[in-house]
Design a protein around this ligand. Structure first.
Ligand code: NAD
Length: 447
């Protein structure tokens, strides 16, 4: 099929490359000339494991091109809308201006009978607005929310958990489903589950899924607070809880909490939707999830101050991690950078390192110093904070690191280090929810 992908950021670039690898002719359009230029030369404009291989494959087959030229979408059978829907600068709601602009651009150029498919995450009721922006009755409309995760986006696109098609009941529905089935034929062939539903359900499936993940994380972080108060260990608690298959281990790790370009803005948008629809319970619920999450950042700042004898003013703090999570260079709403900025505002001299995200961060945070490696960052530090759990930080040697810091004190804000090993190497070691000194290496064993 001929396919256009409008918006080639973390979602769209991967989607375009994945569709080309499924055998389609794909044109990816982005208004950012630098991004489109990088992509058309086969370079990923951001760090995403496996993306450059997929881009190279697309280039070699000639099935994948990128451009800023909207006119190239004219003969596409299917148009995917993948532009950003960030949080509005003035409220909790999603800013739909990029979506409106992209939709209107497509409407000016799409051939009659083409299918316009939204992938961006949107508040319930948005698809009806998109129809208005399209302003044409000869185009089919569908909503196909995306569930990929940065860091594993390529795999998630090539082997997704499920495909959701939001379509309008009525005459065109069958043809729209057929078109989407043709787009995703290799995935359906491989047995990927497909859910066909109405627009509102498709919109809500995505928001509800993200709200659930955020709930699970904030739940275990609330338990971490309880564990600290009771002198218990949340890592053992969550390991034991997660062995119940009804609960599961994933998204049950207590720590600094979630950030990024999706979960925080999506739960706030969800709150705004719930308020608009008069469903107070969801509004209150998401409010609590958000505040537990944000509180974790303040708790880490507090522990750092405690380790510095009450105040971080004038103290050197080393921060390991700037990306919002490992295996991405994305710093949107990064908990690690939020903590770093709070520490700098309290007078600390903050030195941050990250394997991939420094290029994105250094210009935006002049109050922070950036170093390329953990060894450089920790030199002379009075406290070290592990805030993003990159594999290379998990593998750090506590004996070696102890030689270069001014004082061996560390906050493992992701609860990923072996507390006993670090303590044995002489470190004053703190986790989150690990009840000072209670945590031991003894993992909960199954059976
Ligand atoms: N990033 C993820 O992991 C992920 C996962 C699932 C869903 N989503 C959703 O996908 C959407 C996009 O997210 P993202 O992370 O890729 O955002 P992003 O900011 O990385 O990418 C958006 C891209 O759209 C481009 N753009 C804006 N207006 C345009 C226009 N009129 N025409 C062409 N291009 C335009 C921007 O230049 C940018 O490159 C959001 O709604 C997000 O919630 C993201």
């Amino acid at each position: 099929m001929k396919i256009s992908v409008i918006g080639c950021g973390y979602l769209g670039a991967v989607h375009a490359a994945a569709l080309a690898s499924m055998g389609h002719d794909v044109v990816g359009i982005d208004t950012d000339p630098e991004k489109a230029g990088h992509l058309s030369r086969g370079f990923a404009p951001f760090f995403e494991p496996g993306l450059e291989d997929l881009l190279a494959e697309g280039r070699s087959t000639g099935r994948l091109v990128f451009s800023t030229e909207m006119d190239l979408v004219a003969d596409a059978d299917v148009h995917f809308l993948c532009v950003g829907t960030p949080q509005s600068k003035t409220s909790d709601t999603a800013d739909l201006t990029y979506l409106e602009a992209a939709t209107r651009e497509v409407a000016l150029r799409a051939r009659a009978g083409a299918v316009v498919v939204g992938k961006s995450t949107v508040p319930v009721g948005t698809v009806e607005r998109v129809r208005g922006w399209l302003g044409r009755t000869d185009l089919e409309l569908a909503w196909n929310p995306e569930f990929l995760r940065q860091g594993t986006a390529v795999k998630d696109s090539l082997v997704p958990d499920r495909l959701v098609y939001g379509v309008e009941e009525g005459a065109g529905a069958e043809a729209t489903v057929r078109a989407l089935d043709e787009v995703y034929a290799p995935l359906l062939h491989a047995g990927v589950a497909r859910i066909v539903c109405g627009f509102a359900t498709a919109e809500l499936i995505k928001s509800a899924a993200n709200a659930y993940l955020a709930t699970k994380l904030s739940y275990i972080n609330a338990m971490a607070q309880l564990c600290d108060a009771a002198g218990a260990d949340v890592t053992q608690l969550s390991a034991a809880m997660g062995l119940d298959p009804r609960i599961g281990q994933r998204y049950l790790a207590a720590g600094l909490g979630f950030g990024g370009g999706c979960l925080p803005k999506d739960i706030r948008s969800f709150r705004a939707q719930a308020r608009e629809l008069g469903v107070e319970s969801v509004d209150a619920w998401m409010g609590l999830v958000d505040s537990v999450n944000v509180d974790q950042r303040g708790r880490v700042v507090g522990i750092a101050a405690e380790l510095c004898g009450g105040s971080v003013a004038g103290r050197r703090v080393a921060v390991l991690g700037a990306a919002f999570k490992p295996d991405t260079d994305d710093i949107r709403d990064s908990p690690a950078l939020d903590v770093s900025v709070q520490l700098a505002a309290a007078g600390a001299e903050v030195v941050v390192t990250d394997p991939k995200a420094i290029d994105n961060a250094w210009m935006r945070y002049p109050q922070l110093r950036f170093e390329p490696t953990a060894a450089d960052a920790v030199e002379g530090a009075e406290v070290v904070l592990l805030l993003t759990e990159w594999a290379e930080y998990r593998a750090l040697d506590p004996h070696q690191l102890a030689l270069t810091v001014a004082r061996p004190a560390i906050v493992d804000a992701r609860n990923v280090l072996d507390a006993d090993a670090w303590r044995a190497a002489g470190w004053d070691f703190r986790g989150l929810g690990t009840g000072d000194g209670v945590r031991s290496a003894g993992a909960v064993r199954a059976g």
